[in-house]
Design a protein around this ligand. Sequence first.
Ligand SMILES: [Ca+2]
Ligand SMILES: [Ca+2]
Ligand SMILES: [Ca+2]
Ligand SMILES: [Ca+2]
Length: 163
Amino acid sequence: MALKRWTAMSFAAFLAACASGRGGDENEPIRALLSADALMFVSFDTDGDFGVDAAEVEAGIAREFARADSNRDGALQPIEFQNWASIVLGGGQMGPFRLDFDRNVDNSITREEFESEIRGRVRDYDADENGVLARSEFVRRVGQARPPSERTQPATPFPTPRQ
Ligand SMILES: [Ca+2]
Ligand SMILES: [Ca+2]
Ligand SMILES: [Ca+2]
Ligand SMILES: [Ca+2]
């Protein structure tokens, strides 16, 4: 029960931070550190059972690639990726960044590159390797992403974009 409430609060805080267009300040609670890709993965849960299974991942990849490829040429140009990230990833200020997808750095993200990056992220989040992303797996990653050496220092909630 406590975990469910915490998760809901995490999303609320994260969305509020995005909506206000700021990256958070030093007093921002740790719960604002949710990864942007988790927002997308939660949206993949089309049957609303709080788990994202393999079929939902495949459908989600197809849906998001189609959404991003606005000129329908089968690849994502930088402006297409930027527009997509600003909507789906809550602003594009947090990863995954364009070069996370564009592995051969040719300024074009193919469907294969897009799938490969998202599938890799699914594997990273799927801590118990059961093929389903539970909300608890997103929450746990937030805690793991914070090295012990930083715990006494002021929070820097959002990393600097790499692109
Ligand atoms: Ca589901
Ligand atoms: Ca395109
Ligand atoms: Ca490429
Ligand atoms: Ca799992």
